[in-house]
Design a protein around this ligand. Structure first.
Ligand SMILES: *Cc1c(COP(=O)(O)O)cnc(C)c1O
Length: 456
């Protein structure tokens, strides 16, 4: 057995791991061929394994990390909180970190989202928003509103209702018999625009599908749920903010809620603190998680406005209350990490500084646009994606079975970077503390990795 005194090796830990651990989003048999990498510690943008190898974390440890690993501002906040209060029931009781964080989130999120309900992770936030929207319409007597409208290629998490409002077949298909019916609208994915068409024009054009669906189904629809600007799990497909503007107006006109799932794009990822800001809109519900705690602890939040809140506020025996709960809702350690993260984002003018970093990301890979197997390089702020295709002119994808992206993954690991493509899409979504030199390092690895992955 290892302890703090004995040094573990990668291979020993891998052996023990594979005996008992079942890893997320993994065909475990893959580990007969692909390495599993135990990490001993991390600092800034680097992860370090048990043999001293370092990996540049280009994907922010699954999109959660904002300000680097072992950031002392965040770890000190957690340590201070740890000495005071670790956890307490949130029904009937409260605590300062949750109160401060709810006030802060109400202040910084778009519009008048002044009521904050905490969950534990992204999927639970999505479930909360769906249930709140449905229950709102029930409470005000609109009993026929029972359905949700979503977009093709969307992703909102893996629990059953969150999965139902998603549209990525890879995660969803097998569970279909278990899932509620949703109304799926063809989305604004700008990769599918015609040659020479602008993102804005394509996004406007695709909005007609949403307009039609709202006209047909508003009477039975609770809400439209979307990922503003980037469908991250859907291969980092992107669209123009005009779609958000048009959607907000149409949801109001048709009497349907708008749920913005900013779990992956919130806290500066797209270049603004929240992606909704770029469409100049406020949703009825915003879901936050991932970067909320700087990626240090599991926590999520759903914020909504007073009109929704008031529809639940009544005498107990009217049975209008929202009786939803999770054991670790509003955990004080998570809240203190979130408060420290938001403080560091604001004081360090991080989002302003990210402009230069995102421009550097763009120029570092600009040469790849002429690559014979790169169909597109797209970007919103601190997310840049490179789409590999079999045929550039027709944008014909490589058959998924060929797993070209995994070749980039394996090559990058050998070179000291964690790049984890989604299908055939190689992307950078690094912590905001990355330097321009580190971006250049990643760009070199991505360039060589793409050459290797597309060689035959
Ligand atoms: C990751 C993600 C979720 C799910 O969050 P979990 O914490 O993994 O449950 C939901 N929506 C979006 C847009 C996400 O990227």
């Amino acid at each position: 057995m290892s302890s703090n005194n004995t040094v573990s090796s990668n291979s020993e830990l891998v052996k023990r791991d594979l005996k008992t651990l079942w890893h997320p989003c993994t065909q475990m048999k893959d580990h007969e061929n692909y390495p599993l990498i135990p990490i001993s510690k991390a600092k800034g943008v680097y992860l370090e394994d048990f043999e001293g190898n370092r990996y540049l974390d280009a994907i922010s440890s699954w999109w959660v990390n904002l300000l680097g690993h072992s950031n002392t501002g965040i770890t000190d906040a957690i340590k201070n909180q740890l000495d005071q209060l670790q956890h307490v029931i949130m029904a009937g009781f409260s605590h300062e970190p949750a109160i401060q964080l709810s006030e802060k989130l109400a202040e910084i999120t778009p519009g008048n989202l002044e009521h904050c309900f905490f969950g534990e992770n992204g999927s639970s936030a999505v479930e909360i928003a769906l249930k709140m929207s449905f229950h709102y319409w029930q409470n005000i007597g609109e009993k026929k509103k029972t359905k949700f409208i979503n977009l093709t290629n969307s992703y909102h998490g893996e629990t059953l209702a969150a999965l139902a409002v998603g549209d990525v077949a890879l995660y969803k298909e097998v569970y279909q018999p278990l899932l509620m019916d949703v109304i799926t609208v063809e989305g604004p994915d700008c990769f599918l625009r015609e040659d020479g068409e602008s993102w804005e024009s394509h996004s406007r054009k695709m909005f007609q599908h949403m307009e039609q669906t709202l006209a047909d189904h508003a009477h039975e629809a609770c809400a439209v749920i979307i990922e503003p600007l980037i469908q991250c799990a859907g291969n980092m497909r992107m669209y123009h903010p005009i779609y958000l503007t048009l959607l907000r107006e149409a949801c109001d006109r048709h009497g349907v809620h708008l749920i913005a799932d900013e779990i992956a794009v919130g806290f500066g990822r797209t270049g603004t603190l929240f992606a909704c800001e770029q469409g100049n809109i406020a949703p009825d519900f915003i879901c936050l998680s991932k970067g909320l705690t700087g990626g240090y602890l599991p926590l999520s939040a759903v914020l909504t406005h007073n009109k929704v809140y008031q529809a639940f506020y009544d005498d107990y025996d009217t049975m209008k209350g929202f009786l939803h709960s999770h054991s670790f809702t509003g955990n004080p350690l998570g809240c203190s990490a979130a408060l420290a993260t938001i403080d560091l984002l604001e004081k360090g003018q991080v989002i302003e500084k990210n402009i230069a970093l995102s421009q550097h990301m763009a120029s570092s890979v600009a040469h790849l646009k002429d690559h014979p197997n790169v169909a597109e390089i797209r970007q919103h702020g601190m997310v840049l994606a490179i789409e590999m295709v079999k045929d550039k002119a027709s944008k014909t994808p490589y058959p998924w079975q060929e797993r070209r992206g995994m070749r980039v993954y394996e090559y990058a690991l050998k070179q000291g970077a964690l790049l984890r493509p989604l299908g055939n899409v190689v992307y950078f979504m690094p912590p905001y503390v990355i330097t321009q030199q580190q971006i250049d390092f990643l760009a070199d690895i991505a360039t060589q990795g793409i050459d290797i992955a597309t060689a035959d």
